[in-house]
Design a protein around this ligand. Structure first.
Ligand code: PMP
Length: 285
């Protein structure tokens, strides 16, 4: 396996950065998770746009153009001979000292890793709990910034692990349900597809955007509106979306069965549409 590290391709064992990197010391950096399907990097331009927006939000100047970053991703896949892969693009603030000041970090580290990876949570339905830890408020650390600091999600995931379920959903500070630890949430009620709006504590998921577009193309009404636990417990269908997980039906939330633990019709339709477009909407390797 060859890893892209600051302009070079190196063996995994040689892909090393400083222990003074502020990405390690403070979670100071940004990243993207991207997938390639059958030689096409799905929604690559959109992922790169989000990466640069995340970096801008934390005043991290990426020393490559977006076009060069696209080539980094494509070349990582070429060098490793991969047509289907999960790609992790990481930009850290770079090496500094033990003080918190980002001005001390002069050179960001740019890392690109590509590996074969099955859907993260499997292809069947999942069981979920609501985490007691709340999602970060937008005026604390905006979840729209895909930063290297994922402790908020990890705390929620620990609760899912202790409860022996697959995933945890997080509420925002007002008690509205916002997202999973690494995925967006959709519910279907009376044939209307609903998902929390991105002005709450939600990452604007790229899979989320694709699903909204596909649903509209299918003539399904889509509403982006605040959702409560009641909306989830009483939904006809619930599913999650994310690059690593793809589209996964939720069969149980806090002990309440959803659709009798079976995949719903709209979820199934959207999963099929997604499979059709994922080899088309993107950039060829
Ligand atoms: N929310 C969070 C917190 C995430 O980490 C992810 C994964 N990037 C998502 C939602 C889904 O986003 P996407 O569809 O762009 O992968």
């Amino acid at each position: 396996m060859k890893i892209y590290l600051n302009g070079k391709f190196v063996d995994k064992e040689e892909a090393k950065i400083s222990v003074f990197d502020h990405g390690l010391l403070y979670g100071d950096g940004v990243f993207e998770g991207i997938r390639a399907y059958d030689g096409v990097v799905f929604m690559l331009k959109e992922h790169i746009d989000r990466l640069y927006d995340s970096a801008k939000a934390i005043c991290l100047d990426i020393p490559l153009t977006k076009e060069e970053m696209i080539e980094v991703v494509l070349n990582t896949l070429r060098v490793n001979g991969l047509k289907d892969a999960y790609i992790r693009l990481v930009i850290t603030r770079g090496e500094g000292d033990l003080g918190l000041d980002p001005r001390k970090c002069k050179n960001p580290n740019i890392i690109c890793i590509a590996v074969p990876m099955d859907p993260l949570l499997g292809e069947d339905g999942i069981r979920v709990i609501t985490a007691s830890v709340r999602r970060l408020p937008v005026d604390v650390l905006p979840p729209a910034v895909k930063s290297l600091n994922y402790l908020n999600s990890i705390l929620a995931k620990l609760q899912a692990n202790y409860a022996n379920v697959d995933e945890a959903f997080l509420l925002d500070e007002n008690g509205f349900i916002v997202e999973g630890t690494g995925d967006n949430i959709f519910v279907v009620k009376n044939n209307i597809l609903k998902t929390p709006p991105v002005y709450y504590s939600v990452l604007k998921g790229i899979t989320r955007d694709v699903v909204i577009k596909l649903a509209k193309e299918e003539g399904i009404e889509v509403r982006e509106e605040p959702l409560t636990l009641y909306d989830l417990y009483t939904a006809d269908e619930v599913f999650i979306t994310g690059t690593a997980a793809e589209i996964v039906p939720v069969f149980e939330i806090d002990g309440r069965k959803i659709n009798n633990g079976k995949i719903g019709e709209i979820t199934k339709r959207l999963k099929e549409k997604f499979k059709e477009v994922r080899k088309k909407w993107g950039i060829k390797i």
